[in-house]
Design a protein around this ligand. Structure first.
Ligand SMILES: [Zn+2]
Length: 184
């Protein structure tokens, strides 16, 4: 599973962010789902855009799916989530952050005996906020990520930047072939 990508927009007070499109406010993750899957907002009416990661501020298209309120309730129970981060210490949280690009969430979750969501919460700064980084401008992209960025025709540069935790300028450089020239 890929990392969560947090919306850069303000919280609406209920854990969600809204974006203004054509004079209408729409939930940001709902908008990303609509754009990424090329499905019209009309066709999405009556359905919810749900998170497999259970992180309401996540806009990673890979974590979003269309479902009903009943699906949502069922999944919440099935996940039986542990989201408090109480089992961690600041030292462990620091270690989890330091290994963000070296280990997967699953591996770290297994190592520390916590839910994968707990790892994502640390990475995204939802828990153990003290040492949470904002954007890692020196992040190295993998060849696969570079290919994804170059082949993507639906997401905005700022959405891609948020997804990979890099600057928007970095996304432009990748798209224009100024960086990562070795990746074809
Ligand atoms: Zn997510």
């Amino acid at each position: 599973m890929t990392d969560c990508v947090l919306t850069w927009l303000a919280d609406n007070g209920a854990g969600y962010a809204r974006i203004m499109i054509n004079g209408k406010r729409i939930l940001h993750h709902r908008y990303v789902y609509h754009r990424h899957n090329n499905i019209s907002l009309e066709d999405m009416e009556g359905k919810l855009v749900l998170h497999t990661c259970d992180n309401s501020r996540c806009i990673n298209p890979a974590h979003l799916y269309l479902g009903t309120h009943e699906d949502n309730m069922r999944d919440m129970v099935a996940r039986n989530r542990v989201r408090t981060g109480k089992q961690l210490t600041q030292e462990i949280a620091n270690d989890i952050r330091a290994r963000r690009y070296k280990a997967t969430g699953k591996e770290l979750a297994a190592e520390y005996g916590v839910e994968v969501d707990t790892i994502y919460d640390v990475w995204t700064g939802k828990t153990w906020k003290e040492n949470a980084p904002v954007a890692n401008y020196n992040a190295k992209l993998t060849d696969d990520q570079v290919k994804y960025i170059r082949s993507n025709r639906t997401l905005y540069a700022r959405e891609l930047a948020a997804m990979f935790n890099v600057s928007i300028g970095c996304i432009y450089s990748v798209q224009q072939g100024k960086t990562y020239k070795h990746v074809i």
